[in-house]
Design a protein around this ligand. Structure first.
Ligand code: GN1
Ligand code: MG
Length: 366
């Protein structure tokens, strides 16, 4: 075992994957804020081992089952040459079980490791951004004939903004950790956005539901080290029915700011419009006529919505005492909230510019 991970449960879990504890090494993988993910280097092969956060995913078996159904669908598409990315796959235990429950009743699963790949935390240039937009569009387009009703909703109301505002109201009223006075202005700012909140609610009444990824942050794409092109969409935990504007919005959230989501120097924050334009081109182009005119128009709302919603969620978790997102220090969630709400403000102020870019992209492609 490597020194990086010292977890007795891991030893027990590994034996279910034909791993000799003495002959493999385990190290943390990625920057997820919810699950705990490790790379296991074994004698013959490497694989990814993940403990699913039961506080967030109340029924971890549903997360695993959903992923299996989606992987199978994408594999079938790939075999028909209808999907150019690589589907990911989950690895059963030696007893052919889809997961292991350890002595603490924690759920673990193994996922195939795709070698010669890298992830990106910050988009480097518009060419790469266009690839990102295109990859996530190909993913959702390939799921357009997938029976959405076979998926279980892993987190109900995940992207329901009105519900997220209710959650914020609840923690503000409870103020369990006495943190409200340190973020009152931020809370007031969120509740002052009612016009935008109503606009989102009315739009969601009209948009069609699709099977969306719902966590399209840039580091949920694997890039090939040889071609530098996207190779696979990963982290299917929140694949559920949703709206295209959510997926586009999360790409904008994580690609178009010049700061990471917990960056603190907000006076330096700027929107990278060239990246926005490239994301929109890649996304709209790869969907082709599978995207309706209203869905296309909704993308600009999504671009504002996801930073706002994440701001509200980080703030809610801060007031609630950091029970949801992993944090590195006590003010981490409120710093993230400030960052995301600032990004929302910048995007909101320039919404006409964003609209024009999206419309021009669509015209250029048609
Ligand atoms: C969480 O753990 P990770 O990075 O896959 C969160 C997303 C947020 C993201 C913010 C289930 O995703 O919704 O956008 O953090 N996932 C869940 O970085 O809440
Ligand atoms: Mg995720």
């Amino acid at each position: 075992m490597s020194k990086v991970v010292n977890n007795t449960s891991l030893k027990q879990v590994l034996t279910n994957y034909r791993c000799s504890v003495d002959q493999c090494s385990v190290s943390p993988l990625g920057n997820g804020l919810i699950n705990s993910t490790y790379l296991v280097r074994n004698i013959n092969d490497n694989f990814v081992l993940q403990r699913i956060n039961k506080n967030v995913f109340k029924k971890p078996e549903d997360v695993i089952n959903n992923a299996e159904l989606i992987n199978q669908h994408l594999l079938a598409k790939k075999q028909q040459n209808l999907y150019s990315l690589s589907p990911i796959w989950q690895i059963p235990t030696i007893d052919k079980q889809p997961f292991v429950i350890d002595e603490h009743k924690e759920y673990w699963r193994a996922i195939g490791y795709i070698p010669n790949c890298f992830t990106v935390e910050e988009v480097e240039n518009p060419v790469q951004a266009r690839q990102v937009g295109s990859a996530f569009a190909q993913f959702t387009a390939a799921l357009s004939d997938f029976s959405a009703t076979s998926l279980t909703e892993t987190i109900p109301d995940f992207h329901n903004l009105s519900k997220r505002m209710d959650d914020l109201k609840t923690v503000v009223n409870t103020n369990a950790k006495q943190r409200l006075s340190s973020c009152q202005a931020l809370v007031d700012f969120c509740f002052a956005q009612q016009v935008f909140i109503d606009e989102v609610a009315s739009l969601t009444q009209q948009l069609p539901l699709q099977v969306t990824h719902n966590d399209t942050k840039i580091n949920n794409l694997l890039f090939c080290t040889k071609s530098n092109q996207p190779l696979a969409v990963i982290d299917l935990d929140t694949c559920m029915q949703g709206y295209l504007m959510h997926d586009f919005g999360d790409m904008v959230r994580t690609c178009c700011s010049n700061l990471p989501e917990d960056g603190k120097d907000l006076t330096k924050m700027a929107v990278r419009f060239d990246i926005y334009s490239a994301l929109a081109q890649g996304y709209i182009e790869a969907f082709g006529d599978k995207m309706s005119a209203l869905e296309r128009q909704s993308l600009t709302i999504g671009a504002q919505l996801l930073p706002f919603m994440l701001g509200v969620r980080f703030l809610t978790d801060y007031l609630d005492g950091d029970n949801y997102f992993h944090v590195k220090h006590q003010s981490h969630n409120v710093e993230r909230a400030k960052n995301q709400l600032n990004l929302y403000q910048l995007l909101h102020k320039d919404r006409e510019k964003l609209n024009k870019i999206t419309t021009d992209c669509a015209l250029a492609i048609s």
